[in-house]
Ligand binder design. Structure first.
Ligand code: ADP
Ligand code: MG
Length: 417
């Protein structure tokens, strides 16, 4: 593998495309292949994949109309899918509980009595139908090397892989151009919001469908526009170390919705649809009397500004100056937005002490992952220091991966690329 990959046993492996395809096909034939009397296993129509992502900067601004800057991970979710002549839907994922589900297209809807993972996997079928697409039933097998609930967006990976599979098997013709991909991304966001009931923004699905290798994706969530920004750390002897804290604080389940509600309330009071559209952010901040509202809005306003600075530095090739911007983002998320936690703070602080140029929590917070911009030759030392810091506190051992900016989702079994 590339230099800078942690050699500790704690790395989260990613599969090659071939391995993902093989595993998806294997699960498909184990699950659905026997029914033709064993004489001839019926193959899937194809295998599609979509990546997890890590956000470089622009956190908790996607639902405020702000910009964010994710890269796709080499870690992907693979879906082997076969269209059916009826309206039945059958799903298999050995990582899920229950591992198998069977129903009809009519069962997949908001408020439907389906396991949560089925909402992620099949939710896009409901939304695409709502958007006017004609969809029939399907059999699908899902395999993934994107860790769940680590803030690396296994949810958008499964939604987008499934949406890409449905698009091609039903000849919707959406995946081939940016406008169509935007329709697929919107269908996946709506599935997560309405079928699963998770009020998330649009960053993860855009990352899964619009990223390019060696580039970060600048997504402007105000108008949905995207731009590519060079992100090639290896060239300058740096690596992006992702630290999965493996902490998940379940007592804070309503916090994401609460942050969102606070932002929306202030925007409404100020007469704008989103905080991004505040005509004079500083004047709004000066007007706010509630200290909590003030802190939340200050995070959003300053984070939007940091994305601009970070992108300008990247475009200028000033990789050496990125660290303090990451650090400032973490401080803002910890103190103003109050979405960090002890595990994230220790990961970030330890990484810096061990040689990272800058570090911050990434994703929604309250657990999940942190990122550390690290000289390649310090990656192992940083990973070891964080592992030690966790062991001293009797916390679960963290896991690591080195994020290389990878490509968006698509068909991966060779045909119709
Ligand atoms: P994250 O996106 O940060 O990994 P989420 O809570 O948003 O965490 O989404 C995780 C959920 O997505 C899982 O609990 C599960 O319901 C669904 N999911 C993700 N990957 C798979 C998979 N391979 N098989 C089945 N369900 C999956
Ligand atoms: Mg998610």
């Amino acid at each position: 593998m590339t230099t800078g990959t942690p050699t500790t046993t704690t790395g989260i492996p990613s599969w090659s495309g071939e391995e993902g395809v093989r595993r998806a096909r294997d699960l498909f034939s184990q699950t659905y292949g026997q029914e033709v009397g064993g004489a001839r296993a019926t193959p899937p129509d194809g295998v599609w994949a979509a990546p997890g992502r890590v956000n470089l900067i622009g956190e908790h601004v996607d639902y405020n109309g702000g910009p964010c800057l994710p890269i796709a991970l080499p870690h992907r979710t693979y879906v082997a899918l076969r269209r059916r002549p009826d309206r039945m839907v059958r799903l298999a994922s050995d990582d899920a509980e229950p591992t198998r589900w069977e129903g009809t297209l009519d069962d997949i809807r908001p408020g439907g009595d389906i396991p949560s993972w089925v909402g992620y996997a099949a939710g896009p079928a409901w939304t695409l139908g709502q958007q006017g697409a004609w969809l029939g039933g399907f059999d699908a097998a899902v395999v993934s090397c994107v860790p769940w609930g680590a803030g690396l967006s296994s949810s958008a990976a499964i939604e987008c892989a499934m949406a890409l599979a449905l698009d091609e098997t039903h000849s919707l013709g959406l995946a081939g151009d940016p406008a169509g991909r935007a329709t697929l991304a919107a269908a996946c966001v709506r599935a997560e919001n309405e079928v699963v009931g998770a009020p998330t923004g649009g960053m993860d699905q855009a990352a899964a469908l619009f990223t390019r290798e060696g580039q970060a994706l600048l997504l402007d969530t105000l108008d949905g526009s995207v731009d590519q920004v060079p992100f090639d750390l290896g060239r300058v002897g740096l690596a992006l170390l992702v630290i999965d804290t493996r902490a998940k604080h379940t007592l804070v389940d309503g916090q994401y919705a609460a942050r969102r509600a606070t932002c929306e309330a202030v925007a409404t009071r100020e007469g704008v649809p989103t905080l991004r559209q505040l005509p004079d952010p500083q004047a709004t901040l000066a007007r706010l009397t509630d200290p909590v509202e003030q802190r939340r809005v200050r995070h959003v306003v300053t984070e939007i500004d940091r994305v601009g600075r970070f992108v300008a530095l990247l475009r200028a090739g000033r990789y050496d100056a990125l660290g303090p911007v990451l650090d400032a983002s973490h401080t803002s998320l910890r103190d103003d937005y109050e979405v960090s936690c002890a595990e994230l703070d220790v990961a970030v602080e330890t990484a810096r002490t061990a040689g990272a140029l800058g570090a911050r929590m990434t994703g929604g917070g309250f657990g999940g992952s942190a990122i550390a911009l690290t000289p390649t030759d310090r990656v192992d030392a940083v990973a070891a220091a964080v592992t030690d810091a966790y062991a001293r506190r009797d916390w679960n051992p963290p896991r690591f991966l080195v994020a290389l900016a990878s490509a968006a989702g698509g068909r991966v079994d060779g045909a119709h690329r």
